[in-house]
Write a protein that binds this ligand. Structure first.
Ligand code: CTP
Length: 445
C-alpha cells in the first residue's frame, strides 16, 4: 500500500497536554542531533486521530534506543531503566510518569540494493509486528518532519470506517491475547471487527488457541476489559465468540448477563449518592460475574487468577452475605438505620453496584439509599488516634468502639465531637478495653 503523507501536528497540539507535546518535540530534537529518526507509535497516534486524549508515549527509534533514552532523560529529567538485551528503555519521571523507548532493529531482511533508506523499513518492521492496523501507525518527531503520519497499513482509513483489522493471517496464532484485544478495541471505539479478521478469530477459537495462554496473561487481558468504561458489551462479545468459556468455564454467561448489563447504571446512581469509585475498578464487574457461584467455585476462580487475599475475601464475603443482606433490606418492618447500616457494611464497598442491581422493590432501594447517604453525612470525627490518646491499647476494641460511635451518630444519639469522645470513652470503659502500660503510653508520646 502506498504510504500517505499527512501531517497531524495540529491534531497533536489540540489533543495532547503541553507536557506530552514537550516530550515529543524534545525527543525529535535529540534524535536529530544523534542522527536517528524517532517516532511516536501505537495507541497515542490512534487516539490523537480519534481526538481522544492518551498519555502513553511509546517511542520507536531508528538508531540506538537506549542511547536516545539516556540523552533525552539528561535533557528533560527523569531516570532511565534499560533492558540491554531487548534494546528497550523507560524514562521514569519523579512523579511516576514514564515513557517507553524501543529500538527498531534493522533486521536480517534482505532488501533490493536499490532501496534507499534502510531506516524507513526498520520502522515498518516494528509496526508490522503489532496487532491491528489502527494500532500500527507512527508519527515522525524529527524537527523537519514533526507530525508526519506514517501509515503503511491504512490504519487511518480503518479508523474512519471503524474496522479492527489484523496485519496478517497469523496474528492470533502468534499472540492469542489479541483475540481479547480485538474485542476490547471494537467495543471501546464502537467499531466492528472486520470480516476476515473475524473469521481468523473464529478459526483460532475453534482450534482452542486460547487454551495455550497462561492464566496470568488471560487475567491481564480480562482485567483490562473489566476496567474499561463499558465492559458489559465486551463480555457479551466474549460469549458470542466462544471466548467466555476459556475465562469462566464454571459460569453460564446468560445467568449473569442481565445483572452485569445493569452495573454501569448502578455505578452512576451510586456516584450520585456520594459513593466513591473503588480503586480496583474491575472488582464490581468481577463480583457481578461470580455472584451466583458457590464459595468453593469462587475461591477456585480467585486462586486461578492469583488474586490477593484481600480481593479474594471481598469476593467470598459478597457471596456469603449478599443474599442475607438483600433479604434484610427488603423486609417491611422498620429497622433502625444503624441496623441497616451494619448489614450493608458486611459487604465490601465494591459489591454495592451488584447489590443495587439485585434490589428489587422501591422500598428496599430507598432504604439502601438512606444508608448510603447517611454513611456519607454521618462520618464521625473521632478516629483511632483519639482512642490512643485516651490511653487504650491498640487492638480489636478500636474498631468496635469506632463502629459503635458511628451507629450512635446514625441513630442521632450523639451530635458533637465532645459527645462522640464521651461516647467512645464510656463504650471502652464498659467493655473493659485494655489500657496501655504507663511506660508504653509514655513511649508513644
Ligand atoms: N501490541 C500488540 N500486541 C499485543 C499488545 C500490544 O501488537 N498483544 C502493540 C499495539 O500496537 C499497541 C501497543 O503495542 O498499540 C501498546 O500496547 P498497549 O499499551 O497494551 O495498548 P494501547 O494500544 O496503548 O491501548 P490502550 O489504549 O488500551 O492502552
Amino acid at each position: 500500500a502506498a504510504t500517505k503523507t499527512a501531517n497531524i501536528k495540529p491534531d497533536l497540539q489540540r489533543v495532547l497536554p503541553g507536557r506530552i507535546m514537550s516530550i515529543l518535540i524534545k525527543a525529535g530534537e535529540v534524535a536529530e542531533r544523534m542522527g536517528y529518526q524517532v517516532y511516536a507509535v501505537g495507541g497515542l497516534v490512534r487516539d490523537v486521530l480519534l481526538k481522544v486524549e492518551n498519555l502513553d508515549v511509546d517511542l520507536v527509534v531508528e538508531g540506538n534506543g537506549i542511547e536516545l533514552a539516556d540523552q533525552l532523560a539528561r535533557e528533560i529529567g527523569g531516570r532511565v531503566r534499560c533492558h540491554e538485551k531487548f534494546g528497550t528503555a523507560e524514562i521514569i519521571f519523579p512523579d511516576g510518569y514514564w515513557v517507553d523507548v524501543v529500538t527498531a532493529r534493522v533486521e536480517y531482511y534482505e532488501y533490493p540494493a536499490a532501496l534507499p533508506q534502510v531506516e524507513q523499513s526498520s520502522l515498518k518492521h516494528d509496526l508490522y509486528r503489532r496487532d491491528f492496523t489502527i494500532n500500527a501507525m507512527a508519527v515522525a518527531l524529527n524537527p523537519d518532519r514533526f507530525g508526519e503520519l506514517v501509515d503503511y497499513f491504512n490504519g487511518r482509513e480503518d479508523l474512519q470506517i471503524g474496522a479492527v483489522r489484523v496485519l496478517h493471517n497469523l496474528s492470533f496464532i502468534e499472540d492469542p491475547t489479541r483475540i481479547l484485544r480485538a474485542i476490547r478495541f471494537e467495543q471501546r471505539y464502537d467499531m466492528a471487527i472486520e470480516p476476515q479478521t473475524l473469521r481468523l478469530i473464529k478459526e483460532a477459537v475453534r482450534e482452542k488457541i486460547l487454551a495455550r495462554l497462561s492464566t496470568e496473561r488471560m487475567w491481564g487481558e480480562l482485567k483490562s476489559i473489566l476496567e474499561e468504561a463499558d465492559p458489559e458489551h465486551m463480555l457479551d462479545r466474549m460469549w458470542e465468540l466462544g471466548v467466555w468459556d476459556y475465562l469462566f468455564p464454571e459460569i453460564t454467561f446468560w445467568e449473569v448477563q442481565y445483572v452485569i448489563s445493569e452495573i454501569p447504571q448502578a455505578l452512576m446512581i451510586l456516584r450520585n449518592w456520594g459513593w466513591t469509585e473503588p480503586a480496583e475498578k474491575w472488582l464490581p464487574y468481577f463480583l457481578g460475574i461470580l455472584h451466583l457461584t458457590t464459595q468453593e467455585t469462587a475461591y477456585q476462580i480467585c486462586q486461578r487468577y492469583n488474586l490477593g487475599r484481600r480481593q479474594t475475601d471481598k469476593v467470598l464475603d459478597t457471596i456469603a452475605y449478599g443474599r442475607v443482606a438483600l433479604k434484610r433490606l427488603a423486609v417491611a418492618e422498620e429497622v433502625p438505620l444503624s441496623e441497616l447500616t451494619k448489614i450493608v457494611q458486611t459487604l465490601p464497598r465494591e459489591a454495592y453496584p451488584l447489590f443495587l442491581t439485585l434490589l428489587e422493590d422501591k422500598t428496599a432501594i430507598r432504604r439502601f439509599r438512606m444508608v448510603m447517604e447517611s454513611v456519607h453525612k454521618n462520618k464521625p470525627t473521632v478516629n483511632g488516634k483519639d482512642i490512643k490518646e485516651m490511653g487504650y491499647q491498640p487492638g480489636p476494641m478500636y474498631r468496635k468502639a469506632l463502629d459503635a460511635v458511628w451507629r450512635a451518630r446514625l441513630d442521632g444519639l450523639v451530635h458533637t465531637r465532645e459527645e462522640e469522645l464521651a461516647y467512645v470513652q464510656s463504650f471502652l470503659e464498659h467493655h473493659q478495653a485494655p489500657k496501655m502500660q504507663p511506660k508504653q503510653a509514655k513511649a508513644r508520646h
